[in-house]
Design a binder for this molecule. Structure first.
Ligand code: TRP
Length: 402
């Protein structure tokens, strides 16, 4: 995969970074991604529009973690005009879930609660099978069921959440997918996704499948339904292609809210399932979590004396990032922690111990909720039969004409 390398050649002060749906590497320049991907910034005026409707802003909006979008203003305009939107996000089930995966799901729950939206959640068991030589379809299907427990444990509304494991919805996905894929050439796919000649042809068709949930809410309702995708920015290439094709087959273009990636516990890059020590997994024991935080990369000085004298650097600190992204809701308390870090008043050991306590508490609660979700899984997992009944009646109403 080379088509999306965001090498910042020339400007010298930065190491190379890469952000594609399959690979995230190096120190990510999020400003540059907005330019490269051609997205819009979540600015103060947009934040004001959200706050005036909801009455508050989610932590990820307040702190610039959800920082970029496509047509979210249009979603709000249509919402005001009485057109409710549906949410769509997903997960590639290649193993256990870590906190970085969950970040967009917390935000999605907030959107669901505050805009009373249906959520379509795609589990791409097909994708992870096709893209990962070491995984069987049985593996990715097993992970799908396991990961769905983590998804629901964030508190999504089971009456308004529909989890589609791709291979259980294959007829629906394929039958609409062929209409979509006819409009995407191989050269577009290569340019956007960086496919190589040695890639298998399942991979090349797959972007079609990830595009489908952008349109399925419309088929279910029998009319165009605006769709909003809250997801990390690395998924954006999919939506660029989807937005190009949408009007050609009679649908609205999907809108996006893009999030930054939770940094890993090592020096840089995202949390990685292939490097388990850089991420906190939802099934980690308190002891495992403690060890990982204890070994995390910080912005601290070499000696306590130096730190007391000169202070530490929260901007490069993985531990501070965990407070910033997840574990300190209170903006004032966060500022105070930052101040104490910079002045040398707060030492890394104490800061880590605090975080360990919060993470262990979170994990205990999450693991309990996760178990409970086994009872509602059947209720939220959908398959072709869900769509069969609903799409038929939509077709009778003549939608879509594309
Ligand atoms: N491709 C994503 C992954 O590997 C999974 C996914 C499917 C997704 N549909 C999505 C992610 C929509 C965000 C939004 O993780």
């Amino acid at each position: 995969m080379s088509g999306l390398n965001n090498d910042n050649e020339g400007n010298g002060d930065n190491e190379e970074f890469v952000v594609t749906p399959w690979e995230v590497r190096g120190k990510i320049d999020y400003d540059m991604l907005v330019e490269r991907f051609g997205t819009q910034r979540v600015d103060d005026s947009l934040l004001g529009m959200i706050e005036s409707r909801v009455g508050e802003l989610h932590l990820q909006l307040r702190r610039g973690i959800v920082y970029s979008h496509r047509d979210f203003d249009l979603i709000l305009k249509r919402f005001d005009e009485g057109e409710k939107f549906a949410l769509y996000t997903g997960r590639g089930p290649s193993g256990g879930v870590h906190l970085g995966h969950m970040l967009p799901w917390f935000f999605t729950k907030w959107l669901q609660d505050n805009f009373d939206a249906d959520l379509y959640f795609q589990m791409t068991d097909d994708e992870k099978f096709l893209f990962n030589p070491d995984l069987t379809l049985e593996d990715t299907q097993k992970f799908s069921l396991d990961n769905a427990l983590d998804v629901m444990a964030v508190g999504l509304n089971p009456k308004k959440t529909f989890i589609m494991i791709d291979t259980r919805c294959s007829r629906t996905l394929y039958n609409l997918g062929i209409k979509f894929s006819k409009h995407v050439t191989f050269s577009t796919a290569k340019a956007v996704f960086g496919f190589k000649n040695s890639d298998n042809i399942g991979m090349i068709f797959f972007p079609t499948i990830q595009a489908m949930p952008c349109f399925l809410p419309s088929l279910v309702e029998g009319k165009n339904v605006p769709v909003l995708i809250p997801a990390s920015i690395d998924q954006d290439p999919y939506w660029r292609v989807t937005r190009d094709v949408a009007p050609k087959i009679g649908f609205y273009k999907p809108s996006q809210l893009h999030g930054k990636l939770l940094p890993g516990l090592s020096a840089s890059g995202k949390m990685s399932a292939s490097q388990p020590e850089t991420a906190i997994f939802t099934k980690d024991s308190p002891e495992e979590a403690r060890k990982k935080i204890w070994r995390a990369f910080t912005g601290g000085r070499v000696t306590i004396e130096e730190q007391r004298k000169y202070g530490a650097n929260p901007d490069i600190c993985a531990v501070f990032a965990y407070y910033y992204f997840l574990f300190e809701e209170d903006d004032e308390a966060l500022k105070e922690r930052e101040r104490r870090c910079k002045t040398g008043d707060l030492l890394c050991g104490d800061c880590k111990n605090d975080l360990i306590e919060r993470i262990v508490k979170f994990l205990r609660e999450h693991q309990k909720k996760r178990e409970k979700m086994k009872d509602i899984l059947d209720q939220v997992l959908i398959d072709d039969s869900f769509f069969d009944s609903r799409i038929k009646s939509a077709a009778e109403r003549g939608f879509p004409d594309g």
